[in-house]
Design a protein around this ligand. Structure first.
Ligand code: ASP
Length: 332
């Protein structure tokens, strides 16, 4: 009788253990395509489907890389490059216009395994700013390059310069006109989420347990005087450390810089032993919202858990984990 009980007990323990191993997240990816005033009532079914299809394509490209044993860096870059090439988002093609009617692109990456990072700000002739951010991380002794110097570095790395007009879209030109009209009548015009959203970003965990984060943007419509937002600032718009989490942000960059959003979330995880849900919600809803900072983040912890909090009406987002969970969403 005792032996039978022992056998049953062993069987129960074994099946519980195998159930646990089934839900373990070996690898995962989460992406965003910007946060802001994104209302279901203002979006046609076709446009919604178009966004969802592109998010899914970007997410799945990254996921496949992870599944095949690729690194989180490769997955993040692949997903972001698909969004940079799409006119739907404010990065690469589809980037917002500056006051002068050009596009100045910002991007950054961070490797959670060694805290290496690379960033570029205000580049006009680089087709894939995220690729250049990786080159800065890997091929230069610096973390951040800007403007003409960053463009010269891109050429030195074999990247062929492109005409700034390749990023043009009719839709963003209309936004510029609206922004300029608003500037005439309101000092606080830049607080409107309409003039910012569409930044893209990704975070991933690979089979080696390494986290990686990246963000790419055209910044803010009608920006002037070389304005740089949070997206290329390590710790503000992008952060990754295997000890805590990986974060990519989108929103009103000035707030994300001043509140050091990405690294604040990971610091809460590391030092206060908070979950990414607690840490992310505290910063996005508890810290940013009361001071007027709008936007959101995607967060992944070292176990591949994902949290995507935002305090706007919507955030383009998608995720997929090796434990079988997946999502594509836009609204609250
Ligand atoms: N954070 C970006 C910036 O301020 C804009 C955005 O995320 O939409 O440049």
């Amino acid at each position: 009788m005792k032996t039978i009980k022992k056998l049953i007990f062993t069987a129960v323990v074994l099946s519980a253990l195998s159930a646990c191993s089934e839900v373990k997240t070996e690898f995962a990816i989460a992406i965003h395509g910007g946060a802001g005033t994104i209302l279901k009532t203002k979006m046609t079914d076709e446009v919604e489907a178009e966004y969802k299809a592109k998010l899914q394509e970007a997410r799945d490209a990254g996921y496949l890389i992870l599944k095949n044993g690729g690194t989180s860096q490769e997955a993040v870059v692949a997903a972001i490059q698909i969004m940079e090439a799409s006119p739907l988002f404010n990065s690469g093609v589809g980037a917002v216009y500056t006051y002068e009617g050009e596009h100045e692109l910002d991007a950054s990456v961070m490797d959670g395994s060694n805290r290496q990072a690379g960033a570029v700000a205000g580049v006009k002739t680089v087709k894939s700013p995220i690729e250049l951010a990786v080159a800065v991380m890997e091929k230069s002794e610096h973390v951040m390059l800007s403007g003409k110097g960053a463009e010269a570095f891109a050429v030195s790395q074999g990247m062929i310069p492109v005409d700034n007009k390749m990023f043009d879209t009719e839709r963003r030109l209309k936004s510029l006109k609206r922004a300029k009209a608003k500037m005439q009548v309101s000092k606080n015009w830049s607080e409107s989420e309409d003039f910012r959203f569409g930044t893209v970003g990704a975070v991933a965990l690979d089979k080696n347990g390494n986290l990686f984060a990246g963000t790419s943007t055209g910044g803010m419509t009608a920006k002037r005087w070389g304005r740089v937002g949070d997206s290329p600032i390590i710790g503000a718009g992008t952060f990754a450390d295997n000890k805590s989490c990986a974060v990519s942000a989108t929103g009103h960059g000035e707030f994300f810089i001043r509140y050091n959003v990405a690294s604040d979330i990971c610091a809460r995880v590391e030092y206060q032993h908070k979950s990414i849900i607690e840490a992310g919600d505290e910063v996005i809803h508890g810290v940013l919202l009361p001071v007027g900072g709008t936007g959101g983040v995607i967060i992944m912890d070292r176990n591949g858990n994902i949290h995507m909090p935002f305090n706007t009406s919507g955030m383009y987002r998608a995720s997929k984990s090796s434990n079988g969970e997946e999502s594509v969403a836009i609204f609250k």
